[in-house]
Design a protein around this ligand. Structure first.
Ligand SMILES: [Zn+2]
Length: 335
């Protein structure tokens, strides 16, 4: 409804986060946009972790400790969570102690006291979704920022966070014993169609050096769930057509890098923040597998304005498992 859009645009909100970093919230199309001020110098460094919230169990605390150590060494700007933030069934309400037990009291290192940007996973949809999105959580811990889909402009990079759970037909057609909180996403076909349209226009408008899309479900994966066919058919063509550099996800409890076979997109899974699935491998895949690890860990990403990128995967002891670098040619300006 145009009326609502205008009203929202006039209600652009400015949020100051913990004195550490400024996050300015504006609106681009229908997607909320946050501007994340970096510290200059033309570089951006961040950690990516997914599938983590288990009150420290299944080595979550050990992964968190190593994230703190590596985060300090790199002097990171922010942290990205790829979803399934709270097991097994999301948060039951805004006062659920799981928020403190699985987030605030786990990621305690000084280096991790930065802005966290989170998407929802399928397990989060099994709880009260509105609770995870609630501004009240930011009063408990100012690092927390979770939305269904949103944009973050971090100067040299632009992040496009996509709510992937509603795309997966199986959750609607065969939910088993699980109950999902679909309030706010019905009717789902128009919800996903609208989201793809907004994403496409935001990608087209972006002039960032690096375009990074984040969702919970993998587009390409050689692990338990394999490729998410709905995303291969509906989301991937938009990413390929709009020169996206990285697609980052969780859901499969592993670490992996797969290169697209017909575009420069790198598919990066960081879903190993706690419980991992040792030996759960499905080798059929259309992309080029560069790295796979079926244990716990996390990932760091460093980007520069001068078009250099470095991705590193770490295990639960903080040891480097895989390092990958690339430089891309800057776009030539029109004559
Ligand atoms: Zn999941």
């Amino acid at each position: 409804m145009p009326g609502i859009k205008v009203m929202v645009m006039w209600n652009a909100v400015v949020l100051v986060v913990g004195g550490l970093l400024d996050v300015v919230c504006l609106v681009s199309g229908e997607l909320q946009r946050f501007e994340h001020a970096t510290r200059g110098g033309g570089a951006l460094k961040f950690l990516v972790v997914g599938d983590w919230g288990r009150k420290g169990d299944y080595n979550q605390s050990h992964v968190a400790f190593q994230m703190g150590r590596i985060g300090g060494e790199l002097d990171i700007d922010l942290v990205i969570s790829t979803g399934d933030n709270f097991y097994d069934n999301g948060l039951k309400d805004e006062n659920d102690p799981k928020f403190l037990d699985s987030f605030t009291n786990i990621y305690t290192a000084k280096s991790l006291q930065k802005q966290w940007f989170s998407v929802l996973g399928n397990h989060d949809y099994r709880g009260d979704v509105a609770a995870q999105l609630s501004p009240l959580l930011r009063k408990i811990d100012t690092r927390w920022l979770c939305r269904r889909s949103f944009l973050v402009d971090a100067e040299i990079a632009e992040f496009f966070f996509v709510d992937t759970t509603p795309f997966v037909k199986g959750y609607f057609e065969d939910p088993g014993e699980h109950k999902y909180d679909w309030r706010g996403v019905s009717p789902v076909k128009s919800y996903t169609a609208g989201l793809l349209k907004d994403l496409e226009s935001a990608l087209k408008e972006s002039s960032a050096t690096w375009k990074i899309v984040v969702g919970h479900h993998a587009i390409r994966s050689v692990s338990h769930h394999g490729d998410t066919q709905e995303l291969v058919h509906q989301l991937l063509p938009i990413l390929r057509a709009n020169k996206v550099d990285l697609y980052m996800n969780g859901h499969d409890h592993c670490l992996q890098q797969i290169s697209d076979n017909i575009s420069p997109i790198q598919f990066l899974t960081s879903g190993a923040g706690s419980k991992a699935w040792r030996g759960d491998v499905n080798t059929t895949n259309d992309g080029k597998l560069r790295f796979f690890y079926d244990g716990q860990g996390f990932m760091s990403v460093q980007l520069t304005q001068t078009h250099d990128l470095e991705i590193v995967f770490y295990d639960v002891a903080g040891s480097v498992l895989h390092r990958w670098t690339m430089s891309k040619q800057p776009l030539q300006s029109a004559m």
